[in-house]
Write a protein that binds this ligand. Structure first.
Ligand code: SF4
Length: 360
């Protein structure tokens, strides 16, 4: 199989050019056609010698994904289901704003964390993506939409820090002036919290924004909502966050999705404010996206406002987020699952959910 040129940087292409007696400056020239102009074919690279264009076409592919489905929301966001040659599919969401264009990327096919409220988690885990596959998600959407990406968020399918090597390499391509040229401060990595990888991200990418999906203030509740908490309990996550904050001095976003009568009560807000007190964090409260086949009900606006007010009273900065794309199954993994590519739906969490709604 040919190597995909998407995901390469000049240093990767220079040896290949050298073997053909070509000057190294050609690498930047070729990759400008790839990342800036997003040409469909090597033949379109008009300032590259014809013979070299033919050799490029013989050695490399220029994008390998196929767009299986696109759904556009009334609010302007669009969800893409992309298929790789292996038939694995991933979701990518484009979110236009007035002056910027954000793309939300996946790092794995499915997700091993298996959060019970998440369509991806419920569909199981297939594999981690290679760096060039992550880069291609952004390239494909940017090309399809003819938009320059200004911001990236790693909040799609999968847990980015469980695929750290691919994430790291993809970040190099996104950040490089010879790649997508997206500034580190315009990139956000969202994780449920792998302590040692949080510290590593702070070392490798101190200016990339970190968001931690907490969703619960106690281990008992979080073991249920984010099962990886059994391996990395809240205490270990907070130790890593302190270390990260000490090194980077950059505010961390705490993502907290609210589910009616599960994690949205007064005592949850007070417990949350207690564990976050003294940390340089900002809490984003997000109404859940209803996922078919799950019993989770998004909290009401009134409950969200009550929760936010309690956090503010305790001195915790908080923002109420809108959940976009309700009409296009924008919840992570829903389109993937609708296409029947994500395995069977399991209902084994429903009993536990009842325990929490009744007991807490
Ligand atoms: S919410 Fe995120 S971490 Fe949890 S299962 Fe879904 S994709 Fe994985």
């Amino acid at each position: 199989m040919k190597q995909n040129i998407i995901g390469m940087l000049p240093s990767d292409l220079i040896p290949w050019l050298g073997e053909r007696g070509e000057p190294s400056y050609r690498a930047k020239q070729i990759l400008r056609w790839v990342y800036e102009r997003k040409v469909a074919s090597f033949q379109d690279m008009s300032d590259i010698p014809l013979r070299l264009r033919e050799e490029l076409a013989a050695s490399f592919s220029l994008g390998v994904t196929r767009c299986v489905e696109v759904r556009a929301s009334a609010d302007g966001s669009k969800k893409f289901l992309l298929a790789f040659p292996s038939s694995d599919t991933v979701e990518v969401v484009a979110i236009p704003h007035r002056s910027w264009y954000t793309v939300c990327l996946s790092t794995q096919v499915g997700c091993p964390v298996r959060c019970p409220f998440c369509a991806t988690g419920r569909a199981g885990f297939r594999r981690s993506l290679a760096p060039e596959e992550i880069v291609e998600e952004a390239w494909r959407v940017s090309k399809e939409e003819n938009q320059r990406i200004t911001h990236l968020v790693f909040m799609g399918m999968g847990e980015p820090l469980l695929n750290y090597e691919s994430l790291h390499r993809a970040l190099q391509v996104f950040n490089s002036p010879e790649g997508f040229n997206i500034g580190s401060r315009r990139i956000t990595v969202s994780t449920v919290g792998i302590p040692e990888k949080i510290i590593q991200l702070g070392q490798d990418w101190p200016e990339v924004n970190l968001a931690v999906s907490l969703h619960a203030p106690t281990d008992d509740l979080r073991n249920f909502l984010v099962p990886l908490n059994r391996v990395y309990p809240i205490r270990s996550l907070l130790v890593a966050l302190r270390e990260y904050l000490h090194r980077t001095r950059r505010r961390v976003t705490i993502e907290y999705t609210l589910w009616q009568d599960v994690n949205d009560k007064r005592e949850h807000a007070l417990q949350l404010s207690r564990i976050l007190r003294g940390l340089l964090v900002h809490v984003n409260l997000i109404p859940g996206n209803r996922v078919r086949g799950t019993p989770f009900v998004p909290s009401s606006r009134k409950r969200l406002e009550m929760f936010a007010a309690l956090l503010r009273e305790q001195g915790i900065p908080v923002t109420l987020r809108r959940s976009r794309g309700h009409d296009i199954q924008a919840a992570c993994g829903e389109l993937y699952r609708i296409h029947g590519l994500g395995g069977e739906i399991e209902d084994d969490h429903c009993f536990t959910k009842r325990r929490y709604t009744a007991g807490n």
